[in-house]
Design a protein around this ligand. Structure first.
Ligand code: NAD
Length: 493
């Protein structure tokens, strides 16, 4: 069983300064910020913020690494070996990472152990395998002024990549950005979330140990409007890979528009989970509960709109309420805890405000709705039933353990409700009818649709959304191609 005191010592012993050009900087820059434990509300450690000058130094070191340094000249196979070495070091320290993630994010110890850390390692290994397989094509043409040509394409690193991560799963989402960029030969500047920067500092330590050349991997802790904004506005950045809220995504897109720099934007969601009358009721109730309560509901793909066929509606609401009642909020380091704390006081306020709105707008509070009687940023697992898709709790992302249940009459209405959203990230369909499953998987507007379960987290499967959920894809082949640019070369023979 992981111990809180061990994790707290780990947090205290971490280096807490920006990691630039292969080393942690020695002194404070302009500002520091406290990292707060969401369970005890106490300061875990104080981290030095990367100020404007530090951002400039990091970008300069990344550019040197690409344009003049060892990194830019390194063969793909050698990059792959470095990524494998990095993955192995992380795997060797998986418990330390998991403890830090529980401490920093407030999620129960089991979650980083079975999800975040295995996925982080798998993602690095997956892209290690890609590093020596980035090839172009040879393309026949009709010739040039009567002469034959040899035309071919080269896949080259897109340039210096800024990777900006959110606080809900900083290690795994960090790996989704770092691994394909490094595999493609891009230097990376990671800006971790100010609310949960600890595992990113450990990543920096292990990247140095793995032997990445100076400047290939940099980590700049800092607040979004300070470090993040400076980074995305920096003309030395060639591509921005961002995961976070739509509001910040918009700012990132505006900054990237100067210079027309490409972005991958992974933003929020209001994902439907559609339960048809023929679904296995227990499997559906378990899956739907997981979909809304895992990671305290602080999941971009959280299935927060629960659409249920009228024929099984009452029975399903009851089953789901039983699942909610079985959730145990508590300290992530207690073995019986199944749901942790929200990230900070602001997020707690936000979730409680949506709960109040749900009641005011006339949805029926089935269970939860309050804070458990204990310190920390906890909220009870909460379900609203008899809601309509026009209510605020059905339209806006809450990013907490709050599910909104809406009834539907038939398949067409289920699809119409599912697609009537500003978001389009993920969806689950619960049905025994395979024909319906495949037909509706095409009709539901989402980047990922899963039937009778959740899409497994696997680095081979592309991930991303549309509308306010963002654009571009991470993971899979699409994820590495997004870190390359295609050059056409023609030789007149
Ligand atoms: P956020 O937008 O507040 O912050 C995300 C990151 O952006 C942080 O590192 C933050 O410091 C940085 N940032 C803030 N302002 C910035 C600015 N002006 N310029 C550059 N960077 C800036 O989001 P959050 O609260 O950390 O995360 C929650 C949101 O992330 C939710 O909306 C959630 O749905 C979304 N999310 C999406 C996915 C996905 O894959 N689609 C995954 C996880 C989280």
């Amino acid at each position: 069983m992981p111990q809180r005191s061990v994790a707290e010592n780990l947090a205290r012993d971490l280096p807490t300064t920006p990691f630039v050009a292969g080393r942690f900087e020695s002194g404070p820059s302009s500002q520091s910020f406290d990292v707060i434990d969401p369970v005890t509300e106490k300061v875990l450690t104080t981290v030095v913020e990367a100020d404007g000058d530090t951002v400039d130094r990091a970008v300069a070191s990344a550019r040197r690494a690409l344009d003049e340094g060892e990194w830019g000249r390194m063969d793909g196979a050698a990059r792959g070996e470095l990524l494998h070495a990095f993955a192995q070091l992380i795997q060797d320290r998986a418990d330390a990472f998991a403890d830090l993630e529980s401490l920093d994010v407030g999620k129960p110890g089991i979650e980083p152990r079975v999800i975040d850390l295995p996925q982080t390692v798998a993602t690095l290994r997956h892209y290690a395998g890609w590093a020596d397989k980035l090839t172009g094509q040879s393309i026949p043409t009709s010739g040039y002024q009567g002469r034959a040509t040899l035309s071919y394409t080269l896949r080259q690193p897109i340039g210096v990549v800024a990777a900006i991560t959110p606080w809900n799963s900083p290690t795994m989402i960090g790996a989704w950005k770092i691994a394909p960029a490094l595999a493609a030969g891009c230097p990376v500047i990671l800006k971790p979330p100010e609310d949960a920067p600890l595992t990113s500092l450990l990543l920096a330590q292990l990247a140095a140990e793995a032997g990445f050349p100076a400047g290939a991997f940099n980590v700049l802790p800092g607040r979004g409007p300070v470090t993040g904004q400076r980074l995305v506005e920096h003309p030395g950045i060639d591509k921005i890979s961002f995961t976070g809220s739509p509001e910040t995504g918009y700012r990132v897109a505006i900054a990237a528009a100067k210079g027309f720099r490409p972005t991958t934007l992974e933003l929020g969601g209001k994902s439907p989970q559609i339960v048809f009358a023929d679904a296995d009721p227990d499997a559906a109730a378990n899956g739907v509960a997981l979909g809304i309560f895992a990671n305290q509901g602080e999941v971009c793909a959280a299935g927060s709109r629960i659409l249920v066929a009228r024929a099984v509606y009452d029975e399903f609401v009851e089953r789901l309420a039983e699942r909610a009642a079985a959730v145990v909020p508590g300290d992530p380091f207690d073995s019986d805890t199944t749901m942790g704390a929200l990230i900070n006081a602001r997020q707690l306020e936000r979730v409680l405000r949506y709960i109040r709105l749900g009641c005011e707008e006339g949805a029926r509070l089935v269970t939860g709705g309050a804070q458990p009687d204990r310190p920390g940023y906890f909220v009870q697992p909460t379900l609203f039933a008899d809601a309509s898709n026009t209510m605020t709790i059905a339209r806006e992302e809450i990013f907490g353990p709050v599910g909104t249940i809406i009834a539907f009459e038939d398949d067409d209405e289920a699809v119409a409700l599912a697609n009537d959203s500003d978001y389009a990230l993920a969806a689950t369909l619960w049905t025994a009818d395979l024909s319906r499953a495949h037909t509706l998987a095409r009709r539901v507007n989402a980047g990922a649709v899963a039937v009778n379960g959740w899409s497994p987290l696997d680095p081979r499967l592309p991930w991303g959304g549309a509308k306010l959920s963002g654009h571009g894809r991470e993971l899979g082949q699409a994820g590495i191609e997004a870190n390359t640019s295609l050059k056409t070369v023609t030789v007149v023979l």
